[in-house]
Design a protein around this ligand. Structure first.
Ligand code: FAD
Length: 227
């Protein structure tokens, strides 16, 4: 077993020391980091991550399936950030402190629309790998084509229900513009399903406002904001 307990509680404020099994740069400045799975979790949940006990942890969505042998996160380097520039330099065999998974951004298992930008794809990729992608539609917005993480795998599961929007360049097969532009162009939006939004605050607020304007009840909108 490569995991040693720092504290025994499963409370998310307690951190466990884990050993990194891989940390790959999958797009410029964007990393997919994995360690051997320590806990059961529900797709959509998050973990706290830190390099050592002296630094405050940051929160990351789990970006792997609930039965995958490894737990993974997807993160981008924030210049001047406390954690991500150092985390990007970690290699297999290095240690990281992680919490037990927690959080309530959980799929209902019914038909849903999932809307994300950038690394906000993480909880939805976890849901897809956990077998929850069949009844849902995923809209992913990015600035450049290299940021359509896991595109092939997602397309193979979701087919036409996976919509990509690229705002920074024209990409064949993708909508040229933001997710809000794509949503605005639709004649109708289903009002009787749940919408799950994940990404930066600005996108989440803009999409939420748009959905409410289009008649989606507030209680049908779930949001996970990366602040
Ligand atoms: C629920 C949740 C889930 C999340 N999931 C993910 C995820 O899956 N993937 C992901 O990439 N991120 C995710 N995040 C964001 C993540 O937690 C971190 O905030 C992010 O990775 C940056 O961490 P950092 O320590 O490198 O940067 P920080 O130290 O937090 O700094 C962030 C930026 O602010 C600037 N800054 C810092 N301090 C100051 C200051 N005093 N004044 C002005 N500027 C300042 C820094 O230069 C940097 O550019 C999530 C956040 C939440 C809340």
């Amino acid at each position: 077993m490569i995991v040693s307990m720092i504290k025994k509680s499963e409370d998310s404020s307690q951190l466990l020391r884990v050993t990194i099994t891989s940390n790959k740069e999958i797009a410029p400045g964007v990393y997919y980091l994995s360690y051997q799975r320590t806990h059961d979790f529900l797709a959509g949940q998050v973990i706290k991550v830190s390099l050592d006990e002296n630094n405050p942890p940051r929160i990351y969505s789990i970006c792997s399936g609930n039965l995958d042998p490894e737990t993974s996160i997807l993160f981008n380097i924030k210049e001047g950030g406390l954690l991500t520039p150092k985390m990007a330099r970690l290699r297999p065999g290095d240690n990281l402190l992680v919490s037990a998974p927690y959080g309530g951004f959980i799929s209902s298992g019914q038909s849903e629309w999932w809307i994300s930008t950038g690394t906000g794809i993480a909880p939805f990729y976890s849901m897809i790998r956990s077998g929850l992608g069949n009844k849902c539609r995923l809209i992913h917005g990015v600035r450049s084509e290299s940021q359509f993480y896991f595109q092939k795998e997602i397309r193979s599961v979701m087919g036409e229900h996976y919509m990509t929007c690229c705002s920074g360049e024209e990409v064949p097969g993708s909508f040229y513009g933001r997710v809000t532009d794509w949503l605005s162009a639709l004649d109708e939006l289903p009002t009787n399903i749940k919408y799950y939004l994940c990404g930066k605050a600005l996108m989440v607020v803009d999409v939420r406002d748009l959905l409410i304007e289009r008649g989606i009840p507030f209680e049908n909108i779930m949001a996970e904001i990366y602040f």
